[in-house]
Design a binder for this molecule. Structure first.
Ligand SMILES: [Zn+2]
Length: 452
């Protein structure tokens, strides 16, 4: 029996509910009770929430007050009315965040949050407790589909400097260990020398699941494989989050971890957007947000199944609402039935960030995964990072392996040029590819705006 779990379930959660009015478990029950609703019923309630939010925005949020004339349309068809509101990019929001704050809102009702800044400067914004609770409830709902309960012991492969600035490290670790029943392994400190120590720690701690960035979990699995180390027990699941989980990563993880690999799609500035069910579908969390997919150029909504940029309208954040917020991810959404019985639309493809999207010679879009597939198979290249600084300038960072050969490298360069056209490709040999400040390792980065 896991004493920590028992205490979390019977003391900590009831205590938080009594003293702080925390409603995560209540919301979770609500989500679980309604998860098998038909799509139409889900949509009915989603539209009601959207209507309420849009009315709030046009009356109480300075950025949206100019749209007061949309009143009738919001009343009649909120989803259609939403499309008339401007798309909000991170850049736009950062110019004047205060414009998005609800007038007269009390500071004690606002919870400061920020993005990790792995793709540039962090973005600061506020959310309210209601929003945080809905995010948490959605995460527990998704984990629950995969057999994980509140309070289950976990190990996180994480490296969030944001939290560490706010809390003293020791206090933070203590809280993690005893109030959340989890231990942290720093994602930025995964290296061959520490692997045996980490695996021993996991074997001793016996977590129910691992939770971490896709790139960190993959790196962990790779290092375990290279050193022929295995866990001495079976995990219920490994949950990958915050980044695109590529098929090659999933395959390696399945082979090494010997358990289901579950994908969580969420973002600090977008909440828990979709969760993988045991049948492998990524179900959208319709109760938390309205998700639109628009094409990159015209910014018009695309049909179900077509790819585009994801816009998120969080339905619960009343302190600083962001309508049609462009998260910066390329996705497609499908309305298919899933045999698990949950009837929310499915995130059919998640192609990663827009900053991982490149333009081919013929004008079509290439996902960063293309470079992965191209370079990963080269035996002499241990690690790489592809960075496109401008439309013409590319740097390819390479960690040479024992079998490195000029022919392989020339083949890589030839294929990049074949797909992307004639470019200046600078090769930089490095000892390792360092994770960004957030702890994530990125394989392909575009540093210029697609529109420019
Ligand atoms: Zn499903």
């Amino acid at each position: 029996m896991d004493i920590c779990k028992v205490i979390i379930q019977n003391v900590i959660f009831p205590g938080m509910e009594k003293m702080k009015g925390n409603q995560i478990r209540k919301k979770l029950v609500q989500l679980q009770k309604t998860e098998k609703w038909t799509f139409k019923t889900h949509q009915y309630y989603q539209v009601q929430s959207l209507k309420k939010l849009l009315f709030h925005c046009i009356h109480h949020v300075p950025a949206y007050q100019p749209f007061i004339s949309y009143q009738n349309e919001i009343e009649e068809n909120p989803l259609q009315a939403l499309e008339k509101f401007p798309i909000l990019t991170k850049k736009d929001f950062k110019k004047d965040p205060e414009k998005y704050r609800t007038m007269g809102v009390k500071s004690e009702d606002c919870i400061a949050n920020m993005t990790g800044g792995s793709t540039g400067e962090p973005m600061h914004f506020d959310i309210d407790r209601e929003t945080v609770e809905w995010y948490e409830a959605a995460r527990w709902q998704g984990l629950g589909w995969n057999g994980i309960e509140i309070g289950d012991r976990s190990i996180m492969l994480w490296n969030s400097p944001i939290e560490l600035q706010h809390f003293h490290l020791k206090k933070y670790q203590w809280k993690e260990r005893f109030l959340k029943n989890r231990l942290m392994i720093p994602a930025s400190d995964l290296n061959p020398k520490k692997m045996v120590e980490y695996v021993q720690l996991i074997n001793r701690y016996h977590p129910v699941y691992l939770y971490g960035y896709a790139s960190s979990l993959f790196q962990f699995a790779q290092l375990m494989e290279q050193h022929s180390i295995q866990f001495n027990f079976t995990l219920k699941a490994v949950v990958s989050t915050s980044e695109n989980l590529y098929d090659f990563q999933r395959r390696t993880m399945e082979k090494v971890f010997q358990c289901p690999i579950v994908n969580e799609y969420g973002a600090r500035d977008g909440g828990i957007i979709a969760y993988q069910c045991p049948k492998g579908s990524m179900h959208l969390t319709m109760q938390n947000g309205v998700y639109e997919v628009v094409d990159l150029k015209q910014k018009k909504r695309v049909k179900y199944g077509e790819k585009g940029s994801l816009l998120v309208t969080d339905l619960h954040n009343y302190v600083m609402p962001r309508l049609r917020y462009e998260l910066g991810d390329m996705v497609s959404i499908q309305k298919e039935e899933c045999s698990c019985g949950i009837n929310t639309p499915i995130l059919a493809s998640l192609d990663g960030r827009l900053t991982d999207t490149f333009i081919a010679k013929d004008g079509s879009l290439i996902n960063g995964e293309y470079f992965n597939q191209l370079i990963r198979v080269k035996k002499g290249i241990q690690q790489f990072q592809f960075i496109q600084h401008t439309p013409q300038e590319i740097t390819l960072k390479i960690v040479k392996g024992m079998a490195f050969s000029k022919e392989e490298l020339e083949d890589v360069i030839f294929r990049i040029k074949e797909r992307m056209g004639e470019k200046n490709i600078h090769i930089e040999y490095v000892d390792q590819i360092l994770p960004s400040a957030s702890g994530k390792v990125r394989y392909a980065i575009r540093e210029y705006d697609l529109e420019s």
